[in-house]
Write a protein that binds this ligand. Structure first.
Ligand SMILES: [Zn+2]
Length: 202
């Protein structure tokens, strides 16, 4: 263990690490660090282990690329889900947003991003190939494109619609009502739930 871990630098290191987390400014980082300093060792150990376990135990589901702690994710391995519908989203957090609405009971496919020529991200950089091979089984009858209603999300939806329609699978897009340029993750549950129910074929 180097010298840095033994003195006041430990506090600074924690402040630096916390400060890198999304949504945590310097004040919040300080509040958390002092809370941990004042807590017993067990509290700090539980937090540290929860973070380590997260990195060791959570991986991508090999079918839908959502996060999973078992071989396949809870949704892919749930026999009660409707296997004729796949909802395509860009990130795992979008799965959580749609699940919270309670309006959808099919499967998902997480692309791992969106098409963005500026960032040199094309279909090859996303899990598009895996989506197409899931459709090849013939069991899926509808694909719902639930990428964000912003430029990249629309570009991605248009590309997927053109690629999937010739396969004879119905393709739909979330209904309008979602704020344009908005983020699926922040849409309220009622609006997002309605957008799924009122999806339109594209
Ligand atoms: Zn899965």
């Amino acid at each position: 263990m180097d010298q840095q871990t033994n003195d006041g630098h430990a506090l600074q290191r924690l402040l630096d690490e916390l400060g890198r987390l999304p949504g945590i400014g310097p004040k919040s980082a300080q509040r958390i660090a002092y809370y941990l300093l004042e807590s017993d060792a067990e509290t700090a150990r539980r937090l540290a282990h929860a973070i380590l376990d997260l990195k060791e135990q959570v991986h991508f589901c090999p079918i839908c690329f959502n996060y999973a702690t078992r071989d396949t994710c809870d949704i892919c391995s749930d026999p009660s889900r409707d296997k004729t519908t796949i909802c395509v989203v860009s990130e795992p957090r979008d799965v959580s947003a749609i699940e919270r609405t309670g309006s959808y009971h099919g499967l998902y496919h997480v692309l791992g991003g969106v098409i963005s020529p500026m960032d040199k991200i094309g279909p090859e950089q996303l899990h598009v190939r895996e989506l197409l091979s899931r459709l090849a089984s013939g069991e899926v009858q509808e694909v719902i494109l639930a990428t964000n209603p912003d430029v990249e999300g629309e570009t991605t939806a248009t590309y997927l619609s053109r690629t999937i329609r010739p396969l004879g699978v119905r393709v739909s897009r979330l209904a309008s009502g979602l704020p344009v340029g908005g983020d699926l993750e922040y849409a309220d549950e009622v609006t997002l739930g309605r957008a799924i129910e009122a999806r339109r074929e594209v």
